[in-house]
Design a protein around this ligand. Structure first.
Ligand SMILES: [Zn+2]
Ligand SMILES: [Zn+2]
Length: 346
């Protein structure tokens, strides 16, 4: 079968590999769509290397269908539409025992260490199947929608830490796919105002269509003045940094009001440091947090939200590319063309 294999940083090859067959306890999925994300580009370029196995099939935002079951697998049937929770955790370490299995000390990730979804088929390992990492949809939804369960699950994990309350003002810095999911989720949680920033007019327009109340171009607008004005001088209740630019770390603190919660949701470039006015945290009693990956429960919740149509994923998936032209998908994502790019086999 065809697969996008990362042999080493900057050595990604589209090649034929053996089609997986399920052993005891394993499940094989037919891939129907896998979306490409900025993290994949960082894995390909070598900007992110931890947990990556040379020779791995990339792809962690996966929509598939159960194609074959190994001996002893129960609870799923051939033909079920399914996605996977990509974090395969140990269930024993301190993080796992404290509701943070997604930060497991012994974790393995599908699409990093375990073969992922940029292929025609994918094997779900037995320990992942036994742990419930295979998540079946309650009813059929478009594959390109289901693929967004992974990024949405990460956004849910981030959101549970800042806990938006009804009527609050939320600022989302960056309106890429992740920022647009954060903005939608904030509205669903009852935010009174959602202010997003992005340099692209198209993305600002989309943000407004998806529920943002204001969309600012940070190149021309004074974002802080706009937030101050929108909140009667108080500042935002929640600020989410959804783009990995280190200078935003300081800016985000300055946008938050007294008791505000700030999430450095995006990963910053490895080794980058940021200067912040620490007194903003001290005097305003800010709570600063982050977010990385997601629990199985977050993935189940994400699938529920997508199935119910509460989150609009369809508007986000603007490009579709066949697996045989994987290079095109990379060019679309690195060129920020559209919003989200799906790769489909066949
Ligand atoms: Zn991703
Ligand atoms: Zn663990």
């Amino acid at each position: 079968m065809l697969a996008a294999v990362l042999h080493a940083p900057r050595d990604l090859r589209l090649e034929h590999v053996p089609t997986p067959e399920p052993g005891p306890g394993e499940v094989v999925l037919d891939i129907e769509a896998t979306t490409l994300c900025g993290t994949d580009l960082r894995l390909i370029s070598g900007a992110k290397t931890s947990g990556v196995r040379p020779g791995v099939v990339l792809g962690h935002e996966i929509a598939g269908r159960v194609a074959a079951l190994g001996e002893g697998v129960s609870g799923v049937r051939v033909g079920d539409q399914a996605t996977v929770s990509i974090v395969v955790s140990c269930h024993r370490c301190h993080a796992c025992l404290n509701d943070r299995e997604h930060l497991c000390e012994n974790l393995r990730l599908i699409g990093y260490g375990i073969d992922g979804g940029f292929a025609e088929r994918m094997l779900v390992p037995a320990d992942a199947v036994a742990s419930g990492n295979l998540v079946v949809t309650p009813h059929e939804i478009p594959a390109t929608t289901l693929a967004l369960a992974e990024p949405l699950s990460c956004v849910l994990n981030g959101a549970r830490q800042v806990r938006v309350q009804p009527g609050e003002t939320v600022v989302v810095l960056g309106a890429g796919p992740i920022g647009l999911l954060h903005a939608q989720l904030a509205r669903v949680a009852g935010a009174g105002q959602v202010i997003v920033t992005n340099r692209s007019a198209h993305r600002r327009e989309l943000a407004l269509r998806l529920g943002a109340t204001r969309a600012l171009d940070p190149a021309t607008a004074d974002v802080r003045a706009a937030v101050v004005e929108a909140t009667g001088g108080r500042g935002a209740d929640v600020v989410i940094v959804a783009v990995g630019a280190a200078e935003l770390a300081g800016q985000a603190l300055a946008l938050a009001g007294i008791g505000g919660r700030v999430s450095y949701f995006a990963g910053f470039p490895k080794g980058s440091t940021a200067e912040v006015d620490a007194n903003l945290i001290h005097y305003n009693e800010l709570i600063v947090t982050g977010g990385s990956n997601a629990r199985r429960a977050d993935v189940v919740r994400a699938v529920d939200l997508l199935s119910a149509g509460v989150i609009d994923a369809e508007s986000l998936v603007t490009n579709q590319v066949p697996l045989s032209r994987f290079e095109e998908a990379i060019a679309l994502v690195s060129g920020r063309t559209g919003v989200k790019t799906a790769v489909v086999p066949g």
